[in-house]
Design a protein around this ligand. Structure first.
Ligand SMILES: Cc1cc2nc3c(=O)[nH]c(=O)nc-3n(C[C@H](O)[C@H](O)[C@H](O)COP(=O)(O)OP(=O)(O)OC[C@H]3O[C@@H](n4cnc5c(N)ncnc54)[C@H](O)[C@@H]3O)c2cc1C
Length: 337
């Protein structure tokens, strides 16, 4: 395995880093942000910036207007985009759209791609992924899905309630023409699994960038802020926290790059992505937690971006499989011998 970046990857990394620093980070205090993300007006503006920079939807195939990135390329670009909470929205690589684009490129028919996928790739529409339901439906265990799609002539009728990450979606006799069914009937669970391994990994990539940002903010503060006659970083308790951050960023990045390499070999990478998801969500959480600690009282205010990263990062240990479910599935495999 060669983890060194080739010239094209280095150029893409530098271009994305500069784009985020110059065009996206200055917009982080834009008031058009809600608890559910940027307003549509702000999102459209951010997407227009990425489009102008040639960085919109870079993971989509070249034929569809993307950059046709490999998983290894994605690891580089997505980490840079994740450095700002607005970066993934600007590049159109946020969840769940990014994973949905990936799945539709594999499974959708040419007509479906034209109607549903292309506007999504072009940044004109949004998508959702509805799997989690209220009890007794699907949650950590997706096989408990209660929602049914019943054939009615040339259509399917979808019924039940879904809760998705930031919204509640209720389907009440939703009529879907059979031509809009994605892939083969009865294969939905398999397709969801197909989507999950790379989607888990891209979460790790984006959150890696966010954790690096939190660490950078904390390190700057620790170099400048003085207490008890010296800078904070010169106090072992603080310096060691920042050293731990650097080591865990390194481990998380290697874990991501290794899993990306496995997926680029054409492997399903389910085991590796599961491990990567647990390793990264927990290590990155510790990094952001330490960064808050180093920042003292300001760490829990919105004076810096760190408090926001801290709030958003917590959910990463829950979605796309809680840590306990990944460990449980690993333990089951170990038990089988
Ligand atoms: C920010 C965010 C975005 C999300 N986006 C989406 C989305 O786009 N689409 C969508 O469908 N869903 C989405 N979800 C939902 C997410 O996938 C679920 O929250 C997750 O699958 C867990 O399901 P649950 O909340 O029903 O928890 P439950 O199934 O009730 O589980 C609760 C807890 O029980 C424990 N647990 C469960 N099983 C085991 C086990 N075998 N061993 C040990 N402990 C266990 C875990 O600690 C788990 O956290 C999102 C969630 C969040 C927080």
């Amino acid at each position: 395995m060669d983890f060194s970046l080739n010239a094209a990857q280095q150029a893409l990394q530098a271009r994305t880093r500069a784009f985020i620093a110059e065009h996206i980070m200055p917009m982080e205090r834009d008031p058009r942000q809600t608890a559910h993300g940027p307003t549509e007006a702000l999102r459209t503006e951010l997407v227009a910036k990425a489009r102008a920079a040639g960085l919109l939807t870079p993971h989509a195939s070249k034929e569809a207007g993307g950059l046709g990135l490999s998983h290894a390329d994605k690891a580089i670009v997505f980490e840079e985009a994740g450095y700002s909470p607005l970066g993934p929205v600007a590049l159109n690589i946020h969840a769940p759209d990014e994973g949905n684009i990936h799945l539709m490129e594999i499974v959708a028919t040419p007509a479906q791609k034209k109607r549903w996928l292309q506007p999504l790739i072009d940044g004109h529409t949004r998508s959702c992924f509805c799997m989690t339901e209220p009890s007794p439906g699907a949650g950590a265990d997706p096989s408990m899905l209660q929602t049914v799609a019943l054939q009615d002539g040339d259509d399917y009728l979808i019924n039940t309630c879904f809760t998705g990450g930031h919204a509640v979606v209720r389907f009440d006799n939703l009529r879907v023409p059979a031509t809009d069914v994605l892939g083969k009937v009865g294969e939905g669970f398999r397709y969801a699994q197909l989507r999950l391994a790379p989607a888990r990994l891209t979460h790790c990539m984006r959150w890696l960038g966010a954790a690096r940002r939190a660490h950078d903010v904390a390190a700057d503060y620790a170099r400048q802020r003085r207490a008890f006659g010296r800078s904070l970083v010169e106090h072992e308790g603080v310096g060691f926290m920042l050293a731990d951050n650097e080591m865990e960023l390194h481990i998380a990045r290697l874990t991501v790059w290794h899993c990306a390499w496995v997926l680029d070999q054409g492997e399903k990478g389910r085991h590796e992505s599961s491990q990567a998801k647990v390793i990264c969500s927990e290590a990155l959480w510790r990094i952001v937690d330490r960064s808050v600690q180093v920042l003292g009282g300001s760490g829990v205010t919105d004076e810096t971006i760190v408090a926001r990263i801290f709030r958003d990062m917590r959910a990463f240990r829950i979605y796309d499989g809680p840590s306990e479910v990944h460990r449980w599935s690993m333990a089951n495999r170990i038990a089988r011998g």
